[in-house]
Design a protein around this ligand. Structure first.
Ligand code: HPA
Length: 265
């Protein structure tokens, strides 16, 4: 792992970002906005996952966004790909080893609320782990008992709210519920999720936030809403719909994140 960190440091030529983003599908535009970008495909980074999900690239990109140094993981691996909830652990540990302090995660999600239609963006203020697993299972010391009361950093959330308001973009807020996937939820599961207090459902992010907190990163996350939850509209859900709709809210989220980086000081 040290060698991967050394390799990345060498390629960054003195750039030392403190903020990293993990980008879900449809947010590739943010990568294109990076100036003086250094592209490191995951294949050349030991421990980084090869994502096999269409719509997900696999590269670490570093450079400047709005003049500020940033790092982006464009593409992630999911629990449902191999059944490994800790699949992102090496990558997140490497981010920490590189001096990253803030981890901003993005994903696409299904909405459980009429007032959060497809195309909108939701700040995740808390989550429900409904996947029945945890990326820290098997960890053998007391560090595994990670507090999750403030999993979503209040300061980062405030800065995301401020960035959205400066861009005049409505930013919803809510609780994200992690389902393992890869099948979508049933209408009954969506009704259950609403009853249990969720506002959106998705198949990622929660294990990464747990891992981020485990290594001591400040975390925040936003969902791009691509569809209403199963059964809320009558139509069948599909990954194609996710891919088609992600750029709509994705464009909004890109503006928020570009502004967030400026305001970060
Ligand atoms: N469910 C789970 N994951 C998703 C959805 C959904 O409806 N939409 C986008 N990702």
């Amino acid at each position: 792992m040290i060698t991967t960190i050394d390799h990345i440091i060498e390629r960054l030529e003195g750039l030392a970002p403190q903020t990293a983003f993990i980008l879900g599908s449809g947010l590739g535009g943010l990568v294109a906005a990076i100036e003086d970008a250094v592209h490191l495909p995951y294949e050349e980074l030991d421990g980084f996952p090869a994502s096999g999900v269409s719509g997900h690239a696999g590269e670490l990109v570093a450079g400047k966004l709005s003049g500020k140094p940033v790092m982006m993981l464009s593409g992630r691996a999911h629990y449902y790909e191999k059944g490994d909830a800790a699949v992102m652990r090496p990558a997140i540990e490497i981010l920490h080893g590189l001096g990253i302090r803030n981890l901003i995660l993005t994903n696409s999600a299904g909405s459980l609320r009429e007032d959060l239609p497809p195309g909108s963006v939701m700040l995740i203020t808390d989550h429900i782990n409904f996947a029945g697993t945890n990326p820290l299972i098997g960890e053998e010391n007391d560090r595994r008992f990670v507090g999750m009361t403030s999993a979503y950093d209040a300061g980062l959330c405030d800065r995301l709210r401020a960035a959205a308001s400066a861009e005049n973009i409505e930013l919803g807020e809510g609780v994200y519920m992690w389902f393992s996937g890869p099948s979508f939820e049933t209408p009954a599961e969506i009704r259950m999720a609403r009853t249990l207090g969720a506002d959106a459902v998705g198949m990622s992010t929660v294990p990464e936030v747990i891992l981020g907190r485990f290594v001591g990163l400040n975390c925040a996350a936003c969902s791009v809403i691509t569809n209403f939850g199963a059964g809320m509209t009558g139509g069948e859900l599909s990954h194609q719909e996710t891919k088609d709709m992600a750029p709509v809210g994705g464009g909004r989220l890109q503006k928020i994140l570009s502004r967030f980086v400026v305001e970060a000081g």
